[in-house]
Design a protein around this ligand. Structure first.
Ligand SMILES: Cc1cc2nc3c(=O)[nH]c(=O)nc-3n(C[C@H](O)[C@H](O)[C@H](O)COP(=O)(O)OP(=O)(O)OC[C@H]3O[C@@H](n4cnc5c(N)ncnc54)[C@H](O)[C@@H]3O)c2cc1C
Length: 228
């Protein structure tokens, strides 16, 4: 009797097929990891131009910390006005990118509606594994080495990209869909889903079971984007 859509960056596409509009875009972040380092910093740090965290294997996971690439895709135009206030506030850390990633063509060619008999976009592309920005990787790595010269002896052994799913106000949607009783959404974690996942899962469960919600769910309602 209840369905929860918790599809991460895929939630907008999935809900669109059910006639539910979720404003959600993707932002590319780039990360690297190093070989093991002796006597490096023990704490997780987010500072000028880099963020880092020591790994169990003795190396470090390092990111630029501030550079976020926003590929221009058809949804950017569809949702532009909703995201404009956040963009104006955060433009220094957002890099708009029109060409080079192939994402415009990819998303423009994607079906937005399908029947149960058709192959869905999720079967065509099962994982999002975007190429990292080499510029962001280089900047983050250099900034980390400047701050901690002990890192200079290490090698970069891997780098990868990840898509962060964002809502216009960077607040998740944990909500029933008003027009479709029984349909719930738990998504749009806007780069904070690891940190707030346990409580977000609890609130999602409370909404589904009808228990007293662990926190006031009002701020997380889907309808905030469409009704005042
Ligand atoms: C580079 C990077 C760094 C980050 N750093 C942090 C951090 O420091 N702290 C923090 O708190 N968060 C961080 N995040 C964010 C965090 O990873 C996300 O907020 C979190 O993973 C989102 O969880 P989710 O369950 O909503 O979505 P996901 O983890 O994406 O899970 C969605 C799942 O739904 C599945 N799915 C999609 N469509 C379908 C379908 N049609 N049928 C069946 N299954 C489907 C997908 O395969 C996927 O497994 C970071 C993210 C990135 C990319």
């Amino acid at each position: 009797s209840a369905v929860v859509v918790a599809g991460g960056a895929w939630s907008r596409l999935f809900l669109g097929n059910a006639g539910v509009s979720l404003p959600q875009l993707k932002v590319l972040n780039s990360v690297l990891r190093t070989s093991a380092v002796q006597d490096g910093p023990e704490t997780a740090i987010w500072s000028n131009g880099f963020s880092l965290r020591k790994r169990l294997d003795g190396g470090y996971t390092i990111a630029n910390g501030t550079e976020n690439i926003v590929d221009i895709v058809p949804d950017t135009l569809r949702l532009g006005l909703k995201f404009l206030p956040s963009y104006l506030q955060e433009w220094r850390s957002l890099q708009l990118r029109l060409t080079g990633s192939g994402r415009w063509r990819e998303e423009a060619a994607q079906d937005r509606r399908w029947t149960p008999q058709q192959t869905t976009p999720f079967e065509n592309a099962r994982v999002l594994d975007p190429a990292p920005s080499q510029k962001a990787i280089k900047q983050g790595w250099e900034a980390a080495q400047r701050a901690f010269p002990v890192l200079q002896g290490a090698d970069v052994v891997q780098s990868w990209g990840g898509m962060i799913d964002v809502t216009p106000d960077a607040v998740p949607v944990i909500s029933q869909v008003d027009d479709l009783p029984g349909l719930f959404v738990s998504t749009g974690y806007s780069g904070h889903g690891f940190g707030i996942g346990p409580a977000a899962g609890r609130l999602t469960a409370d909404l589904v079971t009808g228990d007293a919600p662990v926190v006031d769910p009002h701020e997380f309602r889907l309808s905030r984007f469409w009704k005042k």
